[in-house]
Design a protein around this ligand. Structure first.
Ligand code: XUL
Ligand code: CO
Length: 433
């Protein structure tokens, strides 16, 4: 018997349907800009939110009572069974996991690793008869109390070593399951107070740690992409991987900018004081946009609420940036999103994903229509057309302040401001959404 008994696989029925158990916008086979929608979006279910999270909050304990909750290997297998049942209902092409989501913690590192290897084999067998693949694996270096003062950035070298050993086992697991990427999110890589923190030292530790990850990737022949997921704070008061710009500087410092890309999350971008599309646009411009964690924050509460996306205009602008850079390669759309704690039923878990997938599909199609129409890009290009001339290019390449001065006097130059057309552009975008 399945936890999702009575819920049939979700089919596409078109925008007019009132059926809650149907896609209105996500038809995996629909061709958009020459590619199937499923291959554009590359959806993934997050094991942690959908199967491991018990529904607690700072004021109350678990609200969910899943039959697989418990810390034995039998529970872990039952959890994997439920996960693959949900993947089949949704037709999900990918999933993502942390070690702690899929295996019980052992009494020692060795036992935890044995548990991990055993469940990875179990999941591997399930994958043989499912269409669902692994988008990325990662290590949970933030829940257990041993990581409370950081993993790579811990003042205790034993924790650094333990964390590195854990990442090794998680990269091995990701390789074994054919993962397309490996993610590092530094949940505790930051500080609570500067009064006890040597910030300079901790940054060096984080840099060396990431170099070790890249070295190990090459050693084991992992073909996927290493991704860092920026976030400014929460759980730490300040986290070193603050946003895309900060991480890029960090990668440059440690010579990793050609090796590591970004997993950009909607809610983290907002926490950092940016828009999602800002972070995506910057990562794309720097050549380090890899994958996305799709969710949304509650804009009133101001923390990382990890809700399922529900705004087509918002996600349209995000997918616009992704399509503009040519779409995902190894990356995809991971629903790093969880139910509200009152949404108790199996039906809620299905509906949350169906709704999120539909919003993303509608957003991507709107973005594709904007790109195909071409007006927005043509106007953007026209705005910079002055830079196409020989003189303008030479200006950037080898002109000095003195050259600019002479030129302004001689020509003479008296620039005339031109409209940025913002309201017209906003109205234009709304035509497609
Ligand atoms: C936490 C977060 C993580 C990472 C993976 O805010 O986003 O779930 O995506 O560790
Ligand atoms: Co995330």
């Amino acid at each position: 018997m399945s936890y999702f008994d009575g819920i049939a696989p979700i089919a596409y029925e078109g925008p007019e349907t009132a059926n809650e158990r149907a896609f209105r916008h996500y038809d995996p086979d629909e061709m958009v800009m020459g590619k199937r929608l499923e291959d554009h979006l590359r959806f993934a279910v997050a094991w942690w939110h959908s199967f491991a999270w018990p529904g607690g909050d700072p004021f109350g304990g678990p609200t969910f009572e899943r039959p697989w909750f418990g810390d034995t290997m039998d529970h872990a297998r039952a959890k994997a069974d439920a996960a693959f049942d949900l993947f089949a209902i949704l037709g999900q092409p990918f999933f993502c996991f942390h070690d702690a989501d899929i295996r019980p913690e052992g009494a020692s590192f060795a036992e935890s690793t044995r548990n991990l290897e055993e469940i990875v084999d179990y999941i591997g067998v399930k994958m043989e008869s499912a269409k669902t693949k692994l988008l990325w694996g990662t290590a949970n270096l933030f829940t257990h109390r041993r990581f409370m003062a950081g993993a790579a950035t811990n003042p205790d070298p034993d924790v650094f070593a333990y964390s590195a050993a854990t990442v090794k086992t998680c990269m091995d697991a990701t390789l074994k399951l054919g993962g397309a990427n490996y993610v590092l999110w530094g949940g505790r890589e930051g500080y609570e107070t500067l009064l006890n923190t040597d910030l300079g030292r901790e940054r060096q530790q984080a840099g060396r740690f990431l170099q070790m990850v890249v070295e190990y990737k090459h050693k084991i022949g992992f073909q996927g992409t290493i991704l860092v997921e920026p976030k400014p704070q929460e759980p730490s008061k300040h986290q070193y991987d603050y946003d895309v710009a900060t991480v890029y500087g960090f990668l440059k410092e440690f010579g990793l900018e050609g090796e590591v890309k970004m997993n950009v999350e909607q809610g983290h971008a907002i926490l950092a004081g940016h828009s999602f599309e800002h972070e995506l646009s910057l990562a794309a411009a720097l050549g380090i946009l890899g994958s996305i964690d799709m969710n949304r924050n509650d804009y009133q509460s101001g923390w990382d609420t990890d809700q399922f996306p529900n705004s087509v205009p918002e996600v349209a602008l995000a997918y616009y940036e992704i399509l503009k850079m040519g779409g995902f390669t190894t990356g995809g759309t991971n629903f790093d999103a969880k139910l509200r704690r009152q949404s108790l039923d199996p039906e809620d878990l299905v509906a949350a994903h169906v709704g999120g997938m539909d919003v993303c599909a509608a957003g991507l199609k709107a973005a594709a229509a904007m790109l195909e129409d071409g007006t927005l890009e043509a106007l953007r290009e026209a705005r910079y057309a002055g830079w196409d001339s020989e003189d303008a290019r030479a200006l950037l390449k080898n002109a000095t302040l003195q050259d600019c001065y002479d030129c302004v006097i001689e020509r003479p130059i008296n620039p005339e401001p031109r409209s940025g057309r913002q309201e017209r552009l906003e109205y234009l975008v709304n035509r497609f959404i």
